[in-house]
Design a protein around this ligand. Structure first.
Ligand code: B16
Ligand code: MG
Length: 217
C-alpha cells in the first residue's frame, strides 16, 4: 500500500517565517505601522495578499489597489534576498531523515504550500528531488483552511484522500487537512494545533515505528 505524505513548507520543512517577518516588518515600518513578532504569528499559512491586508488593518491603513500591488512586489523582492542566501543548513531537524525513510518505503512525497516561492526554496535547500508532486500558491485559488491545496496534491499522485497524511504547522492547514478527510499531524505547539489527529513538537519526535504504522494501517 502506497500512501501520500503531504508536507507544508514554511514551519514544517524550513523556518522561512523569520524572513517573511523581516520583509513584512520593513514594509510596515515604511508605512508607519507597528508590526510585532506576535502579529507575524497570524500570518503563518496565510496567503501573501491576505497577509498585506492584515498588516494594513493593524494601522487602519486605506490603500489603493495600485499601492497594494506595489507593496506586495516590494515585500516579495526583499523576501527573496533572504531566500537567496538559504542553504541545506536551514532544513528543520530530522526532516531529511523522515523524507529518506519514506523514500525507502516507496511512499509518495508531496508538497502542499501556500507559498508562490516554494520551488525556489526547495531548490535552495537541495531537497526538490524528493517530491513526487508539488502544489503551491501558484496552483490554488482557495487558501487554507479550504482543502484545495491538499486535494490537488492527492489527485496528482492518484491517492485517495483517506490515504493521505498531512504535516502542518498552522491552524488553518490542520483544518484544511481535516476537511479533506486526511490524517492531520500538527508540527509545533500542541495547544495551538489542538484539532490535529496527532501532535509533535518537531520531526525529531517522530520515529520510524510511528511512520510505519501510518504506512501500514
Ligand atoms: P509567498 P506555507 C506560507 O507558506 C507562509 O506560511 C505564509 O506566511 C506566506 O504568506 C505564504 O506561504 C505565501 O508565501 O509570499 O512566498 O507566496 O506555510 O503554506 O508553506
Ligand atoms: Mg506552514
Amino acid at each position: 500500500n502506497k500512501k501520500a505524505f503531504i508536507f507544508d513548507l514554511d514551519g514544517v520543512i524550513v523556518d522561512t517565517a523569520k524572513y517573511h517577518f523581516l520583509a513584512w516588518q520593513k514594509l510596515a515600518t515604511s508605512l508607519g505601522i507597528h508590526f510585532t513578532h506576535e502579529d507575524n504569528e497570524n500570518l503563518k499559512g496565510v496567503s501573501r495578499v491576505r497577509s498585506l491586508e492584515l498588516i494594513l488593518g493593524l494601522g487602519n491603513y486605506q490603500a489603493t489597489e495600485e499601492e497594494k500591488q506595489r507593496w506586495l512586489q516590494k515585500k516579495n523582492e526583499d523576501y527573496l534576498t533572504y531566500i537567496d542566501a538559504m542553504d541545506e543548513s536551514e532544513i528543520l531537524p530530522d526532516v531529511v531523515k523522515v523524507l529518506d525513510f519514506l523514500k525507502t518505503k516507496n511512499q509518495f512525497i508531496v508538497l502542499g504550500s501556500a507559498s508562490k516561492n516554494a520551488i525556489p526554496i526547495l531548490e535552495k535547500v537541495h531537497i526538490l528531488h524528493y517530491f513526487d508532486a508539488i502544489v503551491d500558491g501558484n496552483d490554488v485559488s482557495n487558501a487554507k483552511p479550504d482543502p484545495e491545496v491538499f486535494l490537488q496534491g492527492a489527485k496528482k499522485v492518484k491517492v485517495e484522500n483517506e490515504n493521505c497524511i498531512v504535516f502542518e504547522d498552522s491552524v488553518a492547514g490542520i483544518q484544511a487537512a481535516n476537511l479533506a478527510h486526511m490524517t492531520s499531524i500538527g508540527i509545533g505547539e500542541p495547544t495551538i494545533l489542538q484539532e490535529a489527529k496527532f501532535n509533535f513538537k518537531d520531526f525529531t519526535q517522530i520515529d520510524e515505528a510511528f511512520l510505519s504504522k501510518l504506512i501500514n494501517e
